[in-house]
Design a protein around this ligand. Structure first.
Ligand SMILES: C[S@@+](CC[C@H](N)C(=O)[O-])C[C@H]1O[C@@H](n2cnc3c(N)ncnc32)[C@H](O)[C@@H]1O
Length: 283
């Protein structure tokens, strides 16, 4: 079993003796592998390798998911949002959400939440805020909204009297229907004032059901419950919100930015991306 103790001056209870459970595959470290990161171990690479064999598009999917997060965050910052609650943050990958937001709005405040101990172990990279802005990290489970909403760290960092963007990127497919995913998102959105936003991306089996069947089995056998959903089911997460143009679309079609275009890279297919993405605003 791996343990992580940062030690040193920045060591607090948050960082000491984190059990990394290196002998099990973890979704955060598998995702890090898809993104070409270095924070993954044998069990993660083995499971991620099986996913890539069943669904070679996974690397494109991960990259496009991250690119959607960048564009959605930038768009919301340009619309005037200054506060984010990002749940299912993942292992720090530059640029992190607060870096994207603070590039537009240096005074942006961001609260990160993840339930994986490896993210906690690397959370220091998420805390490097601008002087005008602020970031904090909470280790918690999205299935327990009250523990997040009542966290003193959240209340110290975000002002719930002003709009907040709830960012749930590639998270809700880890919450099967039996755990009431729609009730959970609703609980968070009901705590936020008018003008708040939901930015959400979600993997879908619709473009290649056979491959996603295998992906579902690989995650389930590795001990991670998943439920990949179709467009109609993803749309339900946005009920009661006003969708921002172009609505819910395959990730790479959500407000593509010509500045990101790479001449050497072909336009990905919907099956490669396999991700529904959208942003809704609370009226
Ligand atoms: C695929 S990664 C997405 C990372 C990042 N949001 C992005 O889009 O680039 C999913 C993240 O959700 C986290 N996660 C999974 N289930 C969770 C839960 N029940 N509560 C909180 N975080 C969870 C995992 O640990 C992982 O870091």
């Amino acid at each position: 079993m791996g343990q992580y103790d940062r030690g040193g001056a920045d060591s607090g209870s948050m960082f000491s003796h984190v059990d990394l459970r290196l002998n099990e595959a973890h979704s955060a470290r598998m995702y890090d592998f898809y993104l070409g990161g270095k924070t993954n171990y044998g069990a993660d690479r083995e499971a991620a390798g099986r996913v890539a064999k069943a669904y070679p598009g996974i690397f494109v999917c991960a990259r496009e998911n991250r690119a959607f997060m960048h564009r959605a965050t930038r768009m919301l910052a340009l619309r005037g949002i200054r506060q984010w609650l990002d749940i299912g943050t993942g292992i720090p990958t530059q640029p992190n959400l607060h870096e994207v937001a603070q590039k537009v709005a240096p005074d942006a405040h961001v609260v990160y939440v993840d339930n994986d101990p490896i993210v906690l172990a690397h959370a220091q990279a998420l805390l490097a805020s601008t002087a005008q802005g602020r970031t904090s990290y909470i280790q918690a489970d999205v299935n327990e909204p009250e523990s997040i909403l009542e966290s003193p760290k959240l209340r110290e960092t975000l002002d719930f009297g002003r709009p907040v963007a709830l960012s749930l990127n590639a998270l809700m497919h880890f919450v099967p229907d039996a755990q009431d995913p729609y009730g959970i998102v609703n609980r968070f959105m009901s705590a936020l004032p008018s003008g708040s936003a939901l930015a959400l991306s979600h993997c879908t089996p619709e473009f290649d059901p056979a491959a996603w069947d295998q992906v579902t089995r690989i995650y389930t056998n590795a001990g991670t419950a998943v439920q990949f959903r179709g467009r109609d089911e993803v749309e339900k997460f946005f009920s009661g919100l006003d969708l921002v143009e172009p609505g819910i679309v395959v990730g790479h079609r959500w407000r593509p930015d010509p500045a990101d275009a790479d001449e050497d890279r072909e336009e990905p297919t919907d099956a490669q991306v396999s991700l529904w993405a959208g942003v809704g605003i609370k009226p």
